[in-house]
Design a protein around this ligand. Structure first.
Ligand code: MN
Length: 747
């Protein structure tokens, strides 16, 4: 390995870069041995120049100086020609009349897509609020980029803008600097591009806190100068020790970034003289084995501080940074940090994703060790295998967060959702009530239905309708656990409300049949005792259990009714058969339940009983009573749940008539039958059937089946028949006719 080099960090101020032209860009590409089609690239620059013609930077320079500067930096960072071209074109979509179509037609769809990607990042407006928001925003940028080069160009664009920030007014400078610190520097960090990260941080620090920056710089420069001899002695001792143990190692030291030192001072609440690890020594070895050997050497020379050793080779950082870190105590009692890593790891540590390009060109000693390029391999594995080395670049297409999408609220907050989430999930995230009444959304200004899927970068505003409420279908629309549980909760609460009603109605109607006031019973001591004995929280729990079909009314009746009442009811077996609710046919298919005992009822749908056919009801979970024909095959299954069974019958219509059989005893003489039928007709009754028999001895009997509206009507009819001179008696015959209660008579 070449002789050891000491390269203290360049203390020159972070200055505005000088003007560069396309010739500089071309020579950088050539120096770095990048494939380069000069004529084509000049065509790109001409296009950009024409598009930006007439525009000037705040510095007064022609606008093209900015894209040229960005392209030049990309070439310097050893990026390829495509990335450089994207750097040249990165502002044409945003600031000029050029369209993505124009770019695709002229330079191909790859360039057009990349430029479009860079422009899209610029279009998301970052509203500063908190660390969570910043993280979501960073993820949004990564998630929507689709290609790492988009982010790389954006970072270099930001770096160039930061270098020329001095021309802007103070407030704008601060806003852009804060965005740089909170979004772009961490992004560079995540991609392992620490050089760009430090530059961005130090520039932003300089603009946000100019006084602290100047102060820290001055102190640090003095400190470095004062420590120079010690520093060099440490480096010399290290070099000697490595030589003696036959370890090839390149030793350097550098001052950490100003901003990272500033933050450390703030976090630890100390002043610079108390900070020792502002300097870090670095040993670059040829392979992984030697990193551990070098570590042994370091620990022989100086005492390590316990707890400060970190093995990022065995356990790489999330951005796949690899290195050994240790802090040791020097002779004078001053601690300092030593970082040990291979050349490949060092390249990755400094340039991150940019190192990829070097690797691709074979400039990296690749068989040096495999572990150090794990970062790249992982990067490649994110994408499908690309066997053709020329399509290697497409391996940079990324889907860093395949399971998440990031969208904006109208206020500019970024929210993250699982992929597949819809505008309805968004509504529930904002507020439960907003979710319950969500009728749709405005996404990027366009009205869309509530089942619309969210996409990265969407701006979502929820529209509501007070009459809208959740339904079971909604469970299929949402993808977030929160929305799902809120919808479920609402449905359960609604079901419970209904179950309570159903239960109360069931019990009340049963109690009325015992001629007791349900309300008095509900408030009785017996009821309270029963509820307490069962361990229910209150009368509503009892009702809801009955409504859900989890209990029977019988034990309740036994508990709350006096025994003599219970018996009284038992003496009327006929009435016990009566329905709890009466189902009334209306139109063809609908059911209503009439009367005081209003209950929800519906045809189950599996069968369609006709009025007059025998029917049976089952209490459902919260939806009311489902009505089936007794012959319905489903009823067989439901009969396993006798506690849910409920008696129902067809309601009689208002104009319904009841058939009654009368036996009229008369004198057997001509004309009697005619007089009887006349009298019946006069009372507005219909004769269904009439028959007369002679009984001998001048006596006869007439059996007649007539329709009557009610008892009163029957009394009137009986009276008028008895008033006929030939009639001796009129008697009602019980239970022997078709006047059964289950079949309504027709008028
Ligand atoms: Mn720009």
């Amino acid at each position: 390995m070449a002789q050891a080099a000491e390269r203290p960090r360049d203390p020159a101020p972070l200055r505005e870069p000088g003007d560069v032209g396309i010739d500089d860009v071309l020579s950088r590409l050539q120096e770095n041995e990048r494939a380069c089609d000069e004529g084509w690239l000049r065509g790109v620059v001409d296009f950009a120049e024409l598009a930006h013609r007439g525009q000037v930077r705040r510095s007064g320079k022609p606008y093209i100086s900015h894209p040229l500067g960005v392209a030049h930096m990309l070439a310097e960072l050893k990026f390829d020609q495509t990335s450089v071209a994207v750097g040249l074109l990165h502002d044409v979509l945003e600031d000029t009349g050029a369209t993505k179509k124009d770019l695709a037609a002229k330079f191909g769809s790859e360039i057009a897509d990349l430029v479009d990607g860079v422009s899209k990042i610029g279009r998301h407006e970052y509203v500063h609020s908190d660390e969570v928001q910043a993280e979501s925003f960073r993820k949004l940028i990564l998630a929507s980029a689709r290609d790492l080069r988009v982010i790389v160009v954006k970072l270099v664009d930001r770096l160039h803008n930061m270098l020329t920030l001095g021309h802007l007014e103070a407030e704008k400078r601060k806003r852009i600097s804060r965005e740089t610190l909170e979004i772009y520097a961490p992004l560079a960090h995540r991609l392992g591009m620490s050089r760009i990260q430090w530059l961005l941080e130090d520039l932003a620090f300089q603009h946000m806190h100019p006084h602290q920056y100047a102060d820290l710089r001055k102190q640090l420069d003095e400190r470095i100068k004062g420590a120079r001899r010690t520093t060099e002695r440490i480096a010399e001792r290290l070099r000697e020790a490595l030589r003696k143990t036959d370890i090839e190692g390149e030793i350097s030291y550098r001052v950490k970034g100003y901003y990272s030192i500033y933050r450390k001072l703030q976090q630890r609440q100390i002043d610079l003289p108390e900070l020792y690890d502002f300097l870090a020594f670095r040993i670059i070895t040829v392979d992984v084995k030697e990193t551990y050997a070098a570590l042994g050497v370091v620990h022989q020379l100086w005492h390590p501080i316990p707890g400060r050793f970190k093995d990022y080779i065995a356990m790489p950082k999330p951005n796949l940074y690899q290195s050994l870190h240790t802090t040791v105590v020097g002779r004078g009692g001053q601690p300092f940090e030593v970082q040990i890593r291979t050349r490949a790891m060092d390249l990755l540590a400094e340039e991150g994703v940019a190192a990829h390009w070097r690797y691709k060109e074979g400039q990296l000693d690749t068989d040096e060790n495999d572990a150090s390029i794990v970062w790249l391999r992982q990067l490649l594995e994110w994408q499908q295998e690309t066997p053709d080395p020329r399509t290697f670049m497409s391996a940079l297409k990324i889907d860093l967060y395949p399971d998440e999408v990031y969208v904006f609220t109208p206020k500019g907050d970024v929210l993250s959702f699982p992929r597949g989430a819809t505008t309805l999930d968004f509504a529930y995230r904002i507020h439960t009530e907003l979710g319950h009444h969500c009728s749709g959304a405005r996404v990027n200004g366009r009205l869309v239905p509530l089942r619309t899927g969210l996409k990265n970068g969407d701006i979502v505003e929820i529209t509501t309708n007070p009459n809208r409420e959740p339904s079971r279908d909604w469970l299929n629309i949402v993808a977030t656990p929160k929305a799902r549980s809120k919808i479920r909760h609402w449905i359960n609460a609604e079901q419970k409300k209904r179950a309570i009603e159903i239960g109360r109605t069931m019990l009340a109607s049963e109690l009325r049949r015992y001629r007791v006031s349900p309300r008095r019973i509900f408030e009785s001591k017996e009821m309270a005792d029963f509820i307490a004995a069962e361990g229910y929280s209150g009368v509503d729990e009892l009702f809801s259990r009955l409504g859900f079909g989890r209990g029977s009314v019988k034990p309740v009746l036994r508990a709350v009714l006096p025994p003599e009442r219970l018996r009284h009811r038992d003496e009327e077996p006929g009435r016990l058969r009566r329905a709890v609710s009466k189902v009334m046919p209306r139109d063809q298919a609908k059911l209503i339940v009439k009367g005081e005992d209003d209950m929800l009822a519906f045809f189950a749908g599996c069968c369609s009983p006709l009025p007059g056919e025998e029917i049976i009801g089952f209490v459902t979970r919260g939806r009311g009573v489902s009505v089936h024909s007794v012959d319905c095959p489903n009823v067989q299954n439901l009969l396993y749940h006798p506690e849910r069974e409920i008696r129902v019958e067809w309601a009689r219509r208002n104009d319904a008539m009841f058939a009654v059989t009368l036996v009229i005893e008369t004198r057997d003489r001509p004309g009697v039958l005619a007089r009887v039928t006349e009298a019946i007709a006069k009372q507005g009754s219909n004769i269904r059937h009439i028959e007369s028999h002679s009984r001998g001895a001048g006596e006869a009997a007439i059996d007649v089946v007539v329709d009557v509206r009610n008892r009163k009507h029957l009394n009137r009819l009986q009276e008028s028949l008895e008033n006929l001179s030939a009639v001796r008696a009129v008697k009602r015959r019980q239970g022997s006719s078709s006047a059964s209660s289950s079949a309504p008579a027709t008028a």
